[in-house]
Design a protein around this ligand. Structure first.
Ligand SMILES: Cc1cc2nc3c(=O)[nH]c(=O)nc-3n(C[C@H](O)[C@H](O)[C@H](O)COP(=O)(O)OP(=O)(O)OC[C@H]3O[C@@H](n4cnc5c(N)ncnc54)[C@H](O)[C@@H]3O)c2cc1C
Length: 477
């Protein structure tokens, strides 16, 4: 058991939230210690060398141009040179007995926002004119902004705006289930509207798709490196079992190996269930526990399953695509996405398939999921039937995201809600965003602002949103 020097702030958790807070606070001159239980950083956005597959795997994460805080953090740390940006999103319909698979490319053209994608949208064969008409009418609802209240489920909005069955299947569902990771009745219209306002309407730049081209823990290692350069003390493999507020006013945290760390200020940058676990180590009567514990029972998880396939030959030249009429939402061609990061010219092709809101897959075996995925993939890329599958893996993340269920915002705490110099960050706190890396980075920066404020420092760390472009300058609130 050892004692460590006392920093100004102790941060628990080196996911996007904890890293963002560490960069902000150490950049502003605070002495920071960052404690992380895993050997690598990135939190849920992690990668690891899979021993049986002999490959570094991750669950592909994407960002959008409107994720201004994440983009800023990546610019500051140099991680941005490992993001590939795409203007075009390809939607693929599966082949049938009589028709080959069909693609619809949605991309910005020369029309000013909000009409920047209008030409490609009007040409897209995946939707009929009636579907497009309903979608356009629906999008008008989010032209000026999106609801400030979060009580209405998106399923009610779809019904109210009389969306057609195919518009739902080919447009609303791939985007909403892909970004909010849950079913329509468990997503609030506020966050669904935010996705469409920020990434579809406000500007073409806001809708650009960014894909990290490095394995995710390497990607976030650049951010950790920046924090360390600024003086942050990073302790990996340090799992905290309990927290105490000492009579001296210092916070004490005790790691599973018995090591103790102290600081006047403690920031928990953890998922909500880990926050609950540590709060439960405080006395029942402590104010932070009484204030935060009742909120936590309102949070629920949603799972994501990824399927990793290595073929002996290329089966597609697309770098990524949204797949329609199947349980699989996205295909990422990791061979092409990572091509500048790997020294050897690849022989075959590595694809990753993402199944969002994969509640039913949690109950299936990996073999069942793999068999299903191969059959489905062949409907989009027929070469799959001839290609040899060299190896494969299935990664189930049962606690991938928290669900932005209708009405949840009133239970999402602000960073200073616990009091007593205990602060909270993490995607689940009141970041203004759903469960995303941008939400996590925002939460870390908001917590850093609150901590700085408590010492009389009025520094601000949040990056402003992208400005509206074109005609959206007239519409946006
Ligand atoms: C499969 C999957 C796909 C996703 N896809 C996307 C996507 O495409 N785009 C997107 O924006 N978001 C995506 N997300 C969501 C995104 O990963 C999260 O919203 C974000 O990473 C959360 O960051 P965080 O810092 O709030 O929490 P976390 O990343 O969970 O970080 C918390 C950290 O705390 C550490 N920790 C926990 N307990 C302790 C303890 N007792 N002591 C010390 N350390 C502890 C953990 O090890 C972890 O490193 C996805 C998530 C998953 C799982």
């Amino acid at each position: 058991m050892s004692e460590h020097p006392t920093p100004d702030v102790l941060i628990l958790g080196a996911g996007a939230a904890g890293l963002a807070a560490a960069v902000a606070l150490s950049g502003a001159g605070a002495r920071v210690s960052l404690l992380e239980r895993k050997p690598f950083v990135g939190g849920r956005a992690y990668s690891y060398p899979h021993p049986a597959l002999d490959e570094v795997i991750d669950s592909q994460h994407v960002l959008l141009g409107c994720c201004t805080n994440l983009v800023d953090l990546c610019n500051l740390s140099g991680a941005s040179q490992h993001i590939r940006w795409y203007d075009t999103i390809t939607f693929l319909e599966p082949s049938t007995r009589s028709t080959p698979s069909r693609r619809s490319d949605i991309a910005p053209g020369w029309l000013p926002s909000p009409g920047h994608s209008a030409f490609s949208f009007l040409r897209a064969p995946m939707l009929s004119l009636a579907d497009k008409f309903r979608i356009a009418l629906g999008l008008l609802d989010f032209l000026r902004s999106y609801p400030t209240g979060d009580d209405q489920p998106f399923s009610a909005w779809l019904q109210r705006t009389r969306q057609t069955e195919r518009a739902i299947r080919h447009f609303w569902e791939p985007i909403i289930v892909g970004t909010l990771n849950d079913t329509f009745d468990r997503c609030s219209t506020r966050y669904a509207g935010q996705v469409f306002h920020e990434s579809f309407l406000k500007s073409a730049a806001g809708g650009r798709l960014g894909i990290p081209s490095q394995p995710l823990s390497d990607f976030y290692a650049s951010v950790a490196h920046l924090a360390v350069q600024q003086g942050t003390n990073l302790h990996a493999r340090t799992s905290i079992d309990s927290i105490d507020h000492l009579p001296s006013g210092l916070w004490q945290v005790t790691a599973s190996n018995g090591d103790r760390h102290h600081a006047p200020t403690l920031l928990l940058a953890l998922p909500f269930e880990q926050t609950a676990r540590l709060l439960a180590t405080l006395p029942e009567t402590s104010a932070p526990r009484q204030r935060i514990e009742p909120l936590l029972s309102h949070f629920t998880h949603a799972p994501i399953t990824t399927v990793h396939l290595w073929f002996d030959r290329p089966v597609t030249d697309l770098e990524h695509a949204a797949l329609l009429d199947t349980r699989i939402q996205w295909m990422f061609n990791k061979t092409l996405i990572r091509r500048l990061e790997t020294a050897d010219a690849p022989q075959g092709q590595y694809l990753e398939l993402v199944i969002s809101a994969s509640f039913s897959e949690l109950r299936q075996t990996s073999e069942q999921i793999l068999a299903f995925a191969l059959v489905e993939l062949a409907r989009f890329f027929p070469t799959v039937r001839e290609a040899k599958l060299l190896k494969s893996g299935v990664l189930k993340e049962a606690r991938a995201t928290f669900s932005v269920t209708p009405g949840l915002d009133r239970f999402r705490p602000t960073p200073d809600a616990p009091g007593d110099n205990l602060y909270l960050a993490g995607d689940w706190t009141l970041s203004g965003w759903p469960s995303t890396m941008e939400g996590a980075v925002r939460s870390g920066r908001l917590a850093a602002e609150a901590i700085a404020r408590s010492t009389g420092n009025t520094a601000t760390f949040l990056t402003p949103p992208l400005p509206p472009a074109g005609l959206m300058k007239l519409f946006s609130r």
